[in-house]
Design a protein around this ligand. Structure first.
Ligand code: FAD
Length: 317
């Protein structure tokens, strides 16, 4: 691995952002590429009509590791995060992506860039879209840190004829999310239903507008259970939204519906993780981090990104 080379980080979720921030603080040149319109990954906020906003991915995060506790305390002091929903629970403010944006502040982040191929060029890596169009101005990278969910990571590794043992074993549960605005009374603060392992249709219900820094009551986010989401994975979003509204009506009082939409997360929650903080092959400079390494939590994804950055720095030392 070249000492002076720039490092490419694929994925601007919390894992990629944690790795990017740590490497930049250590003086390394980094470029972060993400296929989405904005950083955040599964820490995401979806806009609806009339200024409606829904945190449709991660609902809150815990902070139990001292390194993440320190980070969350800093975010809380600066208004980037706030407590919500119970002891040791936090949300980004004004939306769930705020902590990711904070970590990436001032860094070279290129969104709307879907990496489709990795190609070895001597001891360096070049990145391209699926159709072969060069990315990052054709730059050569000394290391490529993959922080996408494992199926997307596997596809990129295969494009380069590479493997990182363990990535293929990671398994995810899908999740259909309902985003709904209605004219009825707002739900009580905190989660109204929280039973992620349930075989019932709906596993999670919360008033989105009741989270700190959000405007607008009467905005509900509901997650279908993994079992229901799996069965309905390939259904049309409109059909799913209608079914989930029907199920929601049996649980909470709803007024006239102003907006409703469903979003499918194909890789929502890790069901089987690698069991190591990160994967890194010093010979090739390829690494993998994210919740696929330690488990289905924002905090674990952050710690995994941090661990990968430390591995890269240790190799270069
Ligand atoms: C519905 C739902 C509810 C959840 N609830 C909670 C919760 O309450 N608490 C909690 O702690 N966790 C929760 N999670 C899990 C949590 O969101 C994740 O563990 C965490 O955000 C994962 O971060 P990450 O950086 O590993 O991956 P991601 O956030 O998925 O980031 C990966 C990034 O890679 C990008 N990418 C993928 N492929 C490519 C490519 N080819 N080229 C460029 N970019 C690419 C994606 O656009 C994405 O931005 C939930 C997740 C979902 C979906």
């Amino acid at each position: 691995m070249s000492r002076d080379g720039t490092i490419a980080i694929i994925g601007a979720g919390i894992a990629g952002a944690a790795a990017a921030r740590r490497l930049r603080e250590a003086g390394r040149e980094i470029v972060v590429l993400d296929k989405g319109r904005a950083p955040g990954g599964r820490m995401a906020t979806r806009r609806g009509p009339d200024g409606l906003r829904f945190d449709h991915g991660a609902q809150y995060f815990t902070a139990r590791d001292p390194r993440f506790i320190a980070r969350v305390e800093d975010w809380t002091t600066r208004g980037v995060a706030a407590p919500w929903g119970g002891p040791d629970r936090h949300v980004g403010t004004p939306g769930m992506a705020a902590p990711v944006r904070d970590l990436l502040d001032g860094l070279d982040v290129q969104c709307g860039r879907a990496v489709g191929r990795l190609a070895r060029d001597g001891r360096a890596w070049r990145l391209a879209e699926a159709d072969g169009t060069a990315l990052a101005d054709g730059a050569a990278f000394s290391a490529v840190l993959l922080t996408c969910p494992s199926p997307q990571t596997l596809a990129l590794l295969e494009s380069a004829g590479q493997a990182l043992p363990g990535v293929a074993e990671v398994a995810y549960a899908p999740c259909w999310t309902l985003m709904l605005a209605h004219d009825g009374p707002p739900l009580p603060g905190g989660p109204v239903r929280e039973d992620r392992d349930s075989s019932a249709t709906i596993a999670w219900i919360a008033e989105n507008g009741g989270k700190p820094g959000r405007a607008g009551d009467g905005t509900i986010v509901a997650h279908a259970s993994p079992a229901w989401s799996r069965v309905h994975l390939e259904c049309a979003a409109d059909d799913v939204a209608e079914r989930l509204v029907g199920a929601l009506r049996n649980i909470v009082p709803l007024g006239g519906i102003r907006h409703c939409a469903a979003h499918r997360w194909r890789y929502a929650a890790v069901e089987r993780a690698v069991g190591e903080p990160c994967l890194f092959a010093p010979g090739t400079g390829l690494g993998f981090a994210g919740d696929g390494c330690l488990g289905p939590r924002v905090e674990f994804a952050y710690l995994s990104g941090l661990a990968l950055a430390e591995r890269v720095l240790a190799e270069a030392a």
